[in-house]
Design a protein around this ligand. Structure first.
Ligand SMILES: *[C@@H]1O[C@H](CO)[C@@H](O)[C@H](O)[C@H]1NC(C)=O
Ligand SMILES: *[C@@H]1O[C@H](CO)[C@@H](O)[C@H](O)[C@H]1NC(C)=O
Ligand SMILES: *[C@@H]1O[C@H](CO)[C@@H](O)[C@H](O)[C@H]1NC(C)=O
Ligand SMILES: *[C@@H]1O[C@H](CO)[C@@H](O)[C@H](O)[C@H]1NC(C)=O
Ligand SMILES: *[C@@H]1O[C@H](CO)[C@@H](O)[C@H](O)[C@H]1NC(C)=O
Length: 363
């Protein structure tokens, strides 16, 4: 009996020992395989340190391309083009059920060219995103979309994902310090306009301004259209450029500031959203807002004096020592940005009145 008991105990301990070693070996091989995996994969693609760590990709499905202009999604687009990791951007509708976010561009929806896929079973975790870069006045009637969308992608800073037309990024060490003040100026004030409406606020302002200072006008309206390359070199010969937005909407600051004026090398005279919106996103002394003057005549006087005063005029370019202009033009970059914001999105959100959100007053 005693012998039997000892045998049993011995067997039990052997079993325990075997079990423990089994787990040890399992753990070791797992760890080994895992680290070897990382090492070998990193060796294949050293440019992407995240690529093969097994984080989950966020899958973004673009239901249709804005303005029906499709772009290549080959490879790991968000990483390859914009260094945004863990992002799988697709446009095949068959992947609907695996999508974390489905993106709908407003224009085609309001025009009825595209429909929302209400006929498909919508997974609980899936978010539908409403995307638009238009000012509210051009967004159409959004009443029909009440309670449909979980997130917004617009130029507004209070969107779930903000996609501005441009922004300033701090210059990094080693980048060229200043392009210098463009000095060969031949015109005082320039304006480029393709869509002129005499009842637009900006047109009224232009008409008042040209009564006191010379304003050179380009664009389709004057039958002097400019190619995009000619545009910036033309603007570089102007002291001031009228970055007049066609809408006075919250945060609606377009390439008329970021590209035309800042890149063109003229001091922007801005009109559109309130001064405080500009102050939040652009450095002081880099633009002139029409609201800073009690009359258009005063504005004109100020521009004349500033152009005469080389030193003060040059101060409007000192921001370039610290900042560089980043433009956003590619829809892929805008939708890839969802992935960088993904973990900050609220767990649960529904735009129960999208119309009210979009048409919210500027202040
Ligand atoms: C979109 O473009 C594709 C090909 O580029 C074309 O076949 C299709 O008819 C276009 N759709 C619309 C609504 O314009
Ligand atoms: C994530 O998506 C990218 C782009 O489609 C792909 O190249 C990559 O292998 C995916 N990674 C994982 C872990 O699924
Ligand atoms: C200045 O600009 C005018 C008009 O474009 C051009 O004719 C002239 O050659 C330029 N001068 C210099 C020094 O760049
Ligand atoms: C401006 O004029 C256009 C026609 O040129 C008209 O359709 C529009 O309603 C007018 N807008 C305002 C605000 O008066
Ligand atoms: C998205 O919106 C739908 C429709 O209102 C809602 O049923 C769903 O819970 C929302 N999902 C998230 C993740 O917010």
């Amino acid at each position: 009996m005693e012998g039997d008991n000892t045998k049993k105990t011995l067997l039990t301990s052997m079993k325990k020992c075997l079990l423990v070693s089994f787990f040890c070996v399992l753990l070791l091989s797992m760890f080994n395989g895992w680290s070897r995996g990382i090492l070998s994969q990193t060796a294949i693609n050293p440019s992407n340190p995240y690529k093969h760590v097994s984080y989950r990709n966020v899958t973004i499905l673009l239901w249709y391309w804005p303005f029906n202009r499709s772009l290549s999604l080959k490879g790991d687009v968000c990483w390859d083009l914009y260094r945004i990791p863990f992002c799988r951007l697709v446009d095949q509708r068959s992947l609907f059920l695996s999508a974390d976010v489905v993106v709908f561009h407003n224009k085609e929806l309001v025009l009825g060219q595209q429909k929302l896929p209400f006929h498909l079973p919508r997974p609980q975790y899936q978010r539908w995103a409403w995307m638009s870069l238009e000012a509210p006045i051009h967004s159409g009637n959004l009443q029909q979309f009440a309670g449909v969308f979980n997130m917004t992608i617009t130029y507004r800073r209070d969107s779930d994902v903000t996609v501005p037309y441009g922004e300033l990024l701090p210059k990094e060490a080693g980048e060229p310090v200043v392009e210098g003040v463009p000095l060969n100026k031949t015109s005082l004030v320039c304006w480029v306009v393709s869509n002129y409406r005499s009842n637009h606020t900006r047109s009224k302002l232009y008409n008042q301004l040209k009564a006191s200072v010379p304003v050179k006008v380009y664009g389709r309206w004057t039958k002097k259209p400019l190619t995009s390359t000619a545009l910036l070199s033309t603007i570089s010969h102007c002291y001031f450029y009228l970055s007049f937005e066609n809408s006075a909407a919250k945060d609606y600051i377009t390439e008329k500031l970021w590209r035309n004026a800042y890149r063109g090398g003229a001091v922007p005279v801005v009109m559109g959203p309130p001064l405080s919106d500009y102050r939040d996103v652009a450095p002081p002394n880099s633009f002139i807002h029409v609201d800073e003057f009690t009359s258009v005549k005063d504005l004109g006087q100020y521009l004349l004096q500033l152009a005469e005063d080389k030193k003060r005029y040059a101060e409007y370019f000192t921001w370039k020592q610290k900042w560089k202009v980043k433009l956003y033009t590619d829809w892929r970059e805008r939708v890839c940005k969802i992935c960088s914001q993904y973990n900050n999105l609220p767990q649960q959100k529904v735009y129960s009145n999208l119309q009210a959100w979009v048409k919210a007053k500027t202040t």
